[in-house]
Design a protein around this ligand. Structure first.
Ligand code: PNS
Length: 183
């Protein structure tokens, strides 16, 4: 009885997947995770290995940063995935994908992605959350651009990410390889 009760309770847990490149994670992403936790019991932050994109941080580095940021939040799980998102989601007990929406410019891409994912798995829904007004202009891409040109990104990304960005853009390629940052 106790076991059954536990199983039932677990199956009732609402789990969502928050997928993305997180190259690197920003306060915009963190805000979405925190707000998702108001709706879901558990959020899986799933970092994509996306070979088509020229990532600045390796998946290992991105995992390290995201794990450190959520180390104090037990209901956030950090994971990585390769291939189709729907296949990854199918191996978890989540059936909702969370995506942040910044502005109208995000809409078309997100609409296509959500529609494709739903076509691949009709049981899969995508829940969009409007990015908080403080982070409307923040994207990993612009953060990297600003950091690469020596601009300040503090306040837009956690301190540890700002530090890693500084190191990345300061170190020569040979040193980055030595540290395994460019695998
Ligand atoms: O943070 P991003 O780069 O906007 O995240 C995009 C991501 C990783 C969620 C998306 O590219 C993705 O799901 N990639 C996995 C491959 C896949 O499933 N593609 C089909 C959806 S169109």
């Amino acid at each position: 009885m106790a076991k059954k009760g536990k199983e039932e309770k677990e199956s009732m847990n609402k789990v969502a997947i928050y997928p993305g490149s997180f190259d690197p994670i920003t306060y915009g992403h963190i805000d979405i995770v925190e707000r998702s936790l108001e709706i879901f019991d558990r959020v899986i932050v799933a970092i994509a290995h996306d070979s088509s994109k020229n990532a600045l941080f390796t998946v290992k580095e991105r995992m390290e940063m995201v794990k450190a940021i959520f180390s104090h939040v037990p209901n956030v799980v950090v994971d990585r995935f390769k291939g189709l998102l729907v296949d990854y989601v199918g191996n978890t007990n989540a059936n909702v994908i969370i995506r942040g929406l910044r502005a109208t410019s995000d809409f078309e891409y997100e609409f296509h992605m959500a529609s494709m994912n739903r076509s691949l798995n009709p049981r899969l829904d995508t829940l969009f959350m409007m990015t908080s007004k403080d982070y409307f202009f923040v994207s990993s891409r612009t953060i990297k651009e600003v950091a690469s040109l020596g601009g300040a990104v503090e306040g837009l990304v956690p301190g540890l990410v700002a530090k890693r960005l500084k190191q990345k853009f300061r170190l020569p390629v040979t040193k980055r390889k030595e540290l395994g940052w460019d695998d």
